[in-house]
Design a protein around this ligand. Structure first.
Ligand SMILES: CC(C)(COP(=O)(O)OP(=O)(O)OC[C@H]1O[C@@H](n2cnc3c(N)ncnc32)[C@H](O)[C@@H]1OP(=O)(O)O)[C@@H](O)C(=O)NCCC(=O)NCCS
Length: 434
């Protein structure tokens, strides 16, 4: 069944289910919020619906019920490849069903057909300073596409609420088709010769993205596919997901919503951590004259980082309480393709040493590595050495999850988000002095 037809069927089913749940269980309690949670980043308060994925603190992410090892095994692969195609995870996120090979081919074709970028958008990008951070350029690039939003147009024409999801779907498909070309051009104009590499019709989404960046290495295409799958979604409360969802709740169109989400991804505690890991690793190797540290030297460096009040980048997580399976998947890739790489060896050593140190240090609730502890090292190995670009790669992937959810937000008629805030004075009067 074609993607949009399948989605229409799923939406009708889900709308009925949600109606019944709300009617029969709407008053039941999901979570309560404490004073510490109000001051503490609202951790663990269950107060939002996110259909595309669910994060278990011990097991890690499941996309529509499938774990990362399952997704790597079950999703269709490119011809001759072993990593799942991002088109497949997108299909799964959006519909909840595993796609066939033919289904993912159709998605590739559809994105190819929608990938043309208006001249004005190139002009906007060309007007930006070349030394502007790639994430800033990326966010601006997304906003430059906003005038083409079908949702905005249809909304102005008075589209009934029940149909909001339809132009949201169209905007999502156009955006996903266009983002790799935008991102790749930002890479080329910021770091390379500034010439645009045109996409190739025969290539899948991930391989084409790599090609447009100027990298035609089948192994890197495999990494790109894996990377785009691993970073696509991490339930709804993380900054990029929640921001996209929140801004979308004002019925700002998918372009505004995604651009806002990307601004959140640009933060050092979120998407920027991957470049900080590589920076930390390389600084350490530089200090040691380019060689790998001994375990004692490494322990000292980790303690020095902690004692100077800094975090160990790539370690810890707001929800996870064990090694991130996205870290494990990247480690497996590295073991297969680049076991002798010095950076990878150091990443492995840190994995042996850091959890103990973080546990002794006693602050981080999770002493284990997250997705960012590994990704920069893989990019570096294949020649993508411009740290600042790594969050853009993350962003292209994350767009799949947050946009798929945005379609569901509209399909389920989720309203404007407006949680209640209080002042410290209010807490004093209503909690402390009660
Ligand atoms: C991811 C992260 C932001 C989660 O934050 P969080 O939910 O507030 O984490 P915790 O509840 O475990 O934090 C409790 C304390 O441990 C500290 N901590 C957490 N991770 C740490 C790390 N990797 N190194 C050192 N200290 C850490 C926190 O800074 C906090 O200290 P504070 O009480 O002085 O403010 C945090 O672990 C971090 O900064 N990690 C490094 C950056 C990173 O890898 N980000 C990518 C996330 S995918």
């Amino acid at each position: 069944m074609p993607l949009k037809e399948l989605l229409t069927k799923k939406i009708t089913e889900m709308q009925e289910q949600v109606k019944t749940i709300l009617k029969e269980h709407g008053e039941k309690v999901l979570s309560q919020a404490t004073v510490s949670q109000a001051y503490g980043g609202m951790r663990d308060i269950k107060c939002m619906v996110w259909e595309t994925s669910l994060l278990d603190p011990m097991e890690g992410i499941r996309f529509r019920g499938y774990s990362i090892p399952e997704v790597r095994e079950k999703l269709p692969k490119a011809k001759g490849g072993e990593e799942p195609l991002p088109e497949g995870i997108f299909w799964l996120l959006l519909t909840g069903e595993l796609p066939s090979k033919k289904d993912v081919r159709e998605v590739t074709k559809e994105w190819q057909a929608r990938s043309e970028i208006p001249k004005e958008v190139w002009k906007t990008l060309n007007a930006l300073p070349k030394n502007m951070h790639p994430m800033t350029q990326f966010s601006i690039g997304i906003l430059a596409l906003q005038p083409y939003s079908l949702f905005s147009k249809k909304y102005e024409e008075g589209l009934p609420k029940a149909q909001y999801w339809d132009p949201t779907y169209e905007d999502m498909m156009n955006l996903l088709a266009q983002l790799p070309a935008i991102a790749a051009y930002i890479y080329r104009r910021t770091y390379k010769d500034g010439k645009r590499v045109r996409g190739k019709k025969a290539l899948d989404w991930g391989a084409n993205f790599a090609h447009m960046m100027g990298i035609d290495n089948p192994e890197y295409s495999e990494l790109m596919r894996l990377y785009l799958v691993l970073h696509c979604d991490h339930e709804g409360g993380n900054v990029s997901a929640h921001t996209t969802h929140l801004v979308g709740s004002a019925l700002s169109d998918p372009y505004y919503s995604l651009s806002a989400g990307m601004d959140g991804l640009a933060g050092p505690l979120h998407g920027l951590a991957n470049q900080e890991v590589l920076h930390w690793i390389q600084n350490l190797m530089k200090k040691l004259g380019g060689k790998l540290p001994t375990k004692d030297e490494l322990s000292k460096a980790l303690w020095d980082t902690l004692n100077s009040g800094q975090v160990i980048p790539g370690y810890g997580h707001a929800v996870l309480r064990k090694t991130d399976p996205r870290y494990v998947a990247q480690r497996e890739f590295a073991l297969k393709h680049m076991p002798e790489d010095e950076h990878f060896k150091l990443v492995s050593m840190i994995y042996e040493v850091a959890p103990d140190i973080l546990t002794k240090h006693g602050k981080a609730k999770n002493p284990w590595p997250n997705v960012d502890a590994h990704s920069g090292v893989l990019q570096w190995y294949y020649g993508v050495r411009e740290y600042d670009f790594y969050s853009v790669l993350f962003g292209v992937s994350r767009a799949m999850g947050v946009l798929a959810q945005l379609v569901w937000d509209r399909a389920l008629g989720l309203p404007l988000e407006r949680p209640k805030s209080v002042t410290t004075e209010w807490i004093k009067q209503n909690v402390v002095n009660k």
